[in-house]
Design a protein around this ligand. Structure first.
Ligand code: AP5
Ligand code: MG
Length: 199
């Protein structure tokens, strides 16, 4: 059985440092949907010292992926709140394996997702951005590991949404404002129709 959902159901995809978090926050505010960033959820658990946080702390620091099973438990707890069911969601950092993508589609039922925005950026530029940020997993070894896992595990996820005809590719170069304008330019027509004013 699947839940009847109301708001938009969106994904933001892209390699580490491509700007998912930056654009995801702006886009969610623009659309009034809930920004569900799995990395943020896990880091919050680590900082709060919860059992989940203690379990995943070393995984995050090394740039490895948390298990699909654990990740789906974390996600289910959020995806099925009345707030998210009503306002809709923008998932950031999930799905990043084919198994996660298939589980998500199973949970959403026949309507699936409305759109998956993929931010495209050269790896060298993404790495520069991450090194400038210096989060705990923004060390050269962990960045390299995260990017390698992206190529192996997450690129096939984009291909899946492309086949489902919901993938919207956006150039992630330029300032956050420039990228945001491009994202709105491709997404607004999908959500509101081509006649709606983009203002
Ligand atoms: P997560 O938090 O998702 O990190 P990530 O995938 O490594 O991606 P980032 O957050 O580093 O990049 P981003 O694309 O969001 O870019 P951002 O906007 O921040 O995941 C962390 C860890 O959690 C994973 O490694 C894994 O262990 C675990 N995890 C999470 N989800 C999981 C899942 N589904 N399954 C299993 N494990 C999971 O931008 C980066 C920097 O660039 C920032 O400093 C920003 O200010 C800057 N910037 C952004 N846009 C621009 C711009 N246009 N110009 C200049 N600078 C910019
Ligand atoms: Mg992020």
């Amino acid at each position: 059985m699947t839940t009847a959902r109301h708001g938009p159901k969106l994904l933001i995809l892209g390699k580490q440092g491509s700007g998912k978090g930056t654009q995801g926050a702006r886009l969610a505010a623009h659309l009034g949907v809930r920004h569900l960033a799995t990395g943020d959820m896990l880091r919050a658990a680590v900082h709060a010292g919860t059992p989940l946080g203690r379990e995943v702390a070393t995984v995050l620091a090394a740039g490895e992926l948390v298990s699909d099973e654990l990740m789906l438990d974390v996600l289910d707890a959020r995806l099925n709140t009345p707030d998210v069911i009503w306002h809709g969601f923008l998932l950031d950092g999930f799905p990043r394996t084919l198994a996660q993508a298939e589980s998500l589609l199973e949970r959403l039922g026949p309507d699936g997702i409305d759109a998956a925005v993929e931010l495209e950026l050269a790896t060298e530029i993404a790495v520069e951005r991450l090194l400038a940020r210096a989060r705990e997993d923004d060390r050269p070894e962990a960045i390299a590991r995260r990017l390698a896992l992206y190529e192996r595990q997450t690129v096939p996820v984009s291909a899946l949404f492309d086949r489902l005809d919901v993938l919207l590719r956006v150039d992630g170069n330029g300032t956050p404002d420039e990228v945001f304008d491009r994202v709105r330019g491709v997404l607004d027509p999908v959500l509101w129709g081509t006649d709606s004013a983009v203002g």
